[in-house]
Design a protein around this ligand. Structure first.
Ligand SMILES: Cc1cc2nc3c(=O)[nH]c(=O)nc-3n(C[C@H](O)[C@H](O)[C@H](O)COP(=O)(O)O)c2cc1C
Length: 208
């Protein structure tokens, strides 16, 4: 059986709804902000806001960026707590305020840093680094996140190379396995669940 990481690329059925929402909400810059939840080693949830950076080319995988020193990265690398744990290790929750649509996308989140073995992903990471703003790049040269701030903490480091990402720069890839779509504008509201099973997506209209 193939996994969603191996199949030949086909646009997932939920992609058109998401593209439409992004297009119809594009006047609001914050329409690309969403919440990303992971799981801490003690099983408690961890949630934070991140910016959607587009889809990895020829895939349904969503891209984000993160500092390698941040806690979310440790949470991705921790050992499974149970032997039969599901492949789901993250969920995003994305609400589009203008069109009143919510996408809850869960699946497998992985981080790509300079040590990754896949050449095409290393190239995608580099391309992403080149696309982000100077101010976003500068944050990857800041002192260690969550260290106590002192008068010596240097938040004015020299600008990082705009071509080659530093070791602190990670590309995060979310491979969706379940998409729970809710539109508040219908009477009754519309809810559709998309699930990735046996190398294919199923689509089911359910009660809200
Ligand atoms: C509007 C907004 C956008 C943000 N975008 C990102 C982002 O794209 N990537 C990121 O790692 N953190 C982003 N952050 C910071 C995170 O919310 C979070 O504070 C940081 O990543 C540390 O989280 P962690 O310790 O759970 O890894 C953003 C915060 C806000 C408020």
């Amino acid at each position: 059986m193939t996994t969603p990481l191996e199949v030949t690329f086909e646009l997932a059925p939920w992609r058109s709804a998401l593209s439409r929402a992004l297009h119809r909400n594009r006047a609001q810059p914050f329409c690309r902000f969403l919440q990303l939840a992971t799981v801490r080693s003690d099983g408690s949830p961890a949630n934070r806001t991140v910016v959607f950076r587009g889809f990895l080319e020829s895939s349904n995988r969503l891209m984000f960026i993160s500092d390698r020193r941040s806690e979310k990265i440790d949470q991705l690398h921790q050992e499974p707590q149970t032997p039969n744990r599901t492949p789901f290790n993250a969920e995003i929750c994305w609400y589009f305020t203008k069109t009143r649509e919510q996408f809850r996308i869960s699946g497998q989140l992985s981080s790509i840093d300079a040590s990754h073995s896949e050449v095409s992903l290393i190239a995608a990471r580099q391309h992403l680094w080149q696309r982000i703003s100077d101010s976003a790049r500068l944050q990857f040269a800041w002192p260690h996140p969550k260290d106590v701030r002192t008068k010596d903490s240097n938040f004015e480091p020299s600008a990082p190379d705009s071509q080659m990402p530093p070791a602190t720069f990670c590309m995060l890839l979310l491979t969706p396995l379940n998409v729970d779509y809710l539109s508040l504008s219908g009477e009754p509201q519309d809810r559709i669940i998309y699930s990735y099973q046996d190398a294919d997506w199923t689509r089911q209209v359910v009660n809200p």
